[in-house]
Ligand binder design. Structure first.
Ligand SMILES: Nc1ncnc2c1ncn2[C@@H]1O[C@H](COP(=O)(O)OP(=O)(O)O)[C@@H](O)[C@H]1O
Ligand SMILES: [Mg+2]
Length: 366
């Protein structure tokens, strides 16, 4: 037989069912409150506690799932335009709150990937989820939560920067007051406030691109897609945009960024996917890529005179030949054999570690 408080009584403000269950003979606290309930009530109280704990556990699990969810998940995306296979099975995942770089030469498939992920294009096959939503099945949900800087500026050239921005904000459902408040703040932040009444037609490429970023940020999205945002810009605008990307990451936003040079990827990205001819050829963290680069060596060499033909797979750079290889030993043996067989003398020979840029070119030249 147990003595416990009834469910709805309390001791010094503590709910009774959280007070330890006491044996009848132990002391007077239970009996002094003059409350005596049956085993059934005690059991009901314990069930309540269990329910509260289970609810707390489920809530924690839910938030952990949301936090750990991929911000972007692309699986085997394929897209052709007539005979051109723009994407040939593109898969990658972007974690929340990271800057992810899609790096590749012109025509690699970067813009096509971004257009699919931002619901502008439908893939021929494969699937993609953005913030948990399917880009084909739930495009409205996706579009509401993202900000996009497309490859081609999509502001109205015959409207002022101000009108473009406020109009765009209202498309996202912001009230006029909120739209104007955010437009003022963003135009000031991006150094465009003084020019807010100028038509976009009169803007330089750098100013236009800064306005594009204001438009992408107007709804304060948690995920940004930026397609070559600094391409062809003046140094100041490019630097400002890079700075804003880093600030967005500090604010906890996720950024998917495309670019065609490793220099920018090294400055901005935590994780990089290298894309070539519609296929991802490498995905890794910047650190991981640096470690992989350690597997390669650059071999540079020159002969005392020009060889008639060059059977070795080496690129001519100035006076020298150059090759990037994972097996410098075998390659050096080939160079020596070739020199001997052709009556040439090796005049210069260097073996050195490559830069990230050189490995990127190697991975994307084939
Ligand atoms: N709308 C289109 N019509 C025809 N071909 C296209 C179209 N969009 C892209 N392509 C082709 O698909 C390939 C990938 O293009 P794109 O995704 O724009 O590459 P990237 O952005 O990496 O330069 C290219 O060969 C390009 O010419
Ligand atoms: Mg492009």
């Amino acid at each position: 037989m147990l003595h416990v408080c009834a469910q709805n009584c309390s001791i010094n403000g503590v709910p009774a069912y959280l007070v330890p269950v006491l044996p009848a003979s132990s002391n007077a606290s239970a009996s002094s409150m003059d409350v005596h309930v049956s085993m059934v009530d005690a059991y009901a109280s314990l069930v309540d506690v269990a329910l509260v704990l289970t609810k707390a556990l489920l809530t924690t699990l839910f938030f952990l799932t949301v936090i750990s969810m991929w911000a972007v998940e692309a699986q085997e995306l394929r897209k052709s335009f007539g005979d051109v296979q723009a994407l040939r099975g593109v898969s990658f995942s972007v974690s929340s709150a990271e800057v992810f770089g899609l790096l590749g030469p012109n025509g690699a498939g970067k813009t096509t990937t971004v257009r699919i992920l931002t619901c502008v294009l439908k893939p021929d096959s494969g699937s993609a989820r953005v913030l948990g939503y399917d880009v084909v099945e739930q495009p409205e949900r996706v579009k509401k939560q993202i900000g996009v800087v497309p490859e081609e500026a999509n502001a109205y050239p015959d409207l002022s920067a101000w009108r473009n921005l406020v109009y765009f904000a209202q498309l996202y459902g912001l009230s006029k007051r909120e739209a104007e408040r955010r437009a003022v703040a963003l135009l000031k932040e991006f150094g465009l406030y003084e020019r807010r009444d100028s038509l976009i037609r009169a803007f330089s490429k750098g100013m236009r691109q800064r306005l594009m970023l204001c438009m992408a940020l107007i709804s304060d999205p948690i995920l940004l897609f930026l397609d070559e945002p600094t391409s062809g810009l003046d140094v100041q605008s490019a630097r400002m945009i890079r700075q804003k990307i880093l600030e967005a990451r500090e604010d906890g936003k996720t950024v998917l960024l495309t670019m065609h040079n490793m220099f920018e990827a090294e400055q901005l990205c935590e994780k990089i996917a290298i894309i070539n001819k519609g296929k991802i050829v490498e995905v890794d963290t910047l650190q991981g890529l640096r470690e992989k680069v350690g597997d390669y060596r650059v071999v540079e060499f020159a002969f005392d005179k020009e060889p008639g033909a060059m059977p070795l797979e080496a690129e001519k750079v100035g006076e020298k030949y150059r090759v990037i290889t994972r097996d410098p030993h075998s390659f050096l043996c080939e160079v020596v054999d070739f020199a001997r067989d052709s009556g040439l003398r090796i005049a210069d020979l260097t073996v050195r570690p490559p830069s990230l840029e050189e490995v990127f070119v190697k991975l994307t030249e084939s």
